[in-house]
Design a protein around this ligand. Structure first.
Ligand code: ZN
Length: 381
């Protein structure tokens, strides 16, 4: 099983927007002339927080594909799995993101730091291959959820050793320089990112030849939602080097659902506000699983009394990722990003609202993925 040159990680917290997301990729192909394989991904962490099962992600993907009569390949990604939780994903998934970040050592030689993680990746890969049969799934290895970025030299070593483990790696997610906070733009040195990203592309091309890794091996960008300032850089460099790319953007769709509710009708606006106000009261708890990937400035968070007076437009503009808009508030946006647990808890109120307003929400999702994301990567011909 092979993934195409360009692929987009969609998927969403509530397994609800499959059709709206697939529409976005179809529209992007029509408008910008670029095809992305859709990959519905959802991590174990998200399943636990929302209380869902991997089978629901599979159903979402299959139903979206059937509803739109989509004929191309698509995948369901068991995102950030390890040996303790992979089994529940085996049946529903055909793409596995083997997360070995916890096995990377903080000190020592390259070998001492990375080899334990690579050996663990081998164990997890072989376990999946035993269950599903080798060749019946796409393998990614992720090392992004660590503090320190991996250098191109380290990436070269990692690829060499993953090849020695006989892992047919199709995508690799290193930790890049700079901050990839959830739901907001990249923060870091763009020139340094550009240099590192280009070196990584060259390392991958060399590793494919030198170590016999699959020819379609490519970089996977985690927390790819909303990293607008690096999209043109990545787009230019993958074209220059004729390289593929996988970008995971699941998180951004929940934010569009929230915006869609805010603008749908007055009752749904009240619900969107309720999610924010509840999240404000439980910020510490909600932020824990995302400690390394959010930066909320609490002094910038509006008080409940203030939000109570907002109209739909004010709410939407505060949340929507438009850096030109003076109302846009990245701290507000990041808090909403981690507040999907609250929405899940409000299930009886929340799920029917998603259902009822699917058209308005769909407009937000499609515009977000096409206009704000893919267009920055492939501005079109
Ligand atoms: Zn990740």
């Amino acid at each position: 099983m092979e993934i195409g040159k360009y692929s987009f990680g969609i998927g969403d917290r509530f397994a609800h927007e499959g059709v709206n997301q697939l529409k976005a990729l179809i529209e992007a192909e029509e408008r910008f002339g670029v095809h992305f394989d859709p990959v519905w991904n959802k991590s174990n962490r998200e399943h636990q927080i929302v209380g869902t099962e991997p089978a629901e992600t599979r159903r979402e993907a299959d139903e979206a594909v059937a509803a739109l009569g989509y004929k191309d390949r698509y995948f369901v990604d068991a995102d950030h799995i390890n040996l303790t939780n992979v089994d529940r994903f085996i049946e529903a998934s055909d793409f596995f993101t083997i997360d070995v970040a916890d096995y990377i050592g903080k000190t020592g030689t390259m070998e001492e730091r990375f080899l334990p993680a690579i050996k663990e990746a081998g164990r997890i890969y072989r376990h999946i291959a035993e269950c599903k049969g080798a060749g019946n799934f796409v393998t990614e290895v992720s090392m992004d959820e660590v503090d320190k970025a991996q250098t191109p030299e380290e990436l070269r070593y990692i690829l060499k050793e993953l090849a020695a483990e006989k892992i047919p790696l199709q995508t690799i997610a290193p930790k890049f320089t700079g901050r990839f906070n959830k739901g907001v733009d990249y923060r870091g040195d763009l020139a340094l990112f550009e240099k590192e990203f280009e070196q990584d592309l060259m390392v991958i091309a060399e590793a494919v030849k030198a170590y016999g890794l699959p020819a379609n091996l490519k970089l996977s960008i985690h927390s790819g939602s909303d990293k607008f300032s690096i999209y043109p850089i990545m787009g230019r460099l993958i074209r220059k080097h004729d390289a593929g790319i996988h970008i995971k953007t699941a998180g951004t769709t929940w934010l569009e659902e929230n915006i869609g509710l805010a603008v749908a009708d007055p009752a749904a606006l009240v619900l969107a506000k309720k999610i924010y106000v509840n999240a404000l009261g439980r910020m510490e708890e909600l932020a824990v699983p995302y400690a390394t990937v959010i930066d909320i400035d609490e002094s910038k968070l509006p008080l409940p009394e203030e939000v109570a007076g907002w109209d739909a437009d004010t709410y939407a503009r505060t949340l929507r990722h438009n850096q030109e808009d003076p109302l846009y508030n990245p701290s507000f946006r990041q808090l909403i990003h981690v507040s999907y647990k609250i929405a899940a808890e409000l299930g009886d109120e929340f799920y029917p609202a998603l259902e009822k307003h699917t058209d308005v929400i769909g407009e937000q999702i499609t515009a977000n993925l096409c206009e704000r994301h893919i267009k920055r990567l492939f501005p079109g011909k």
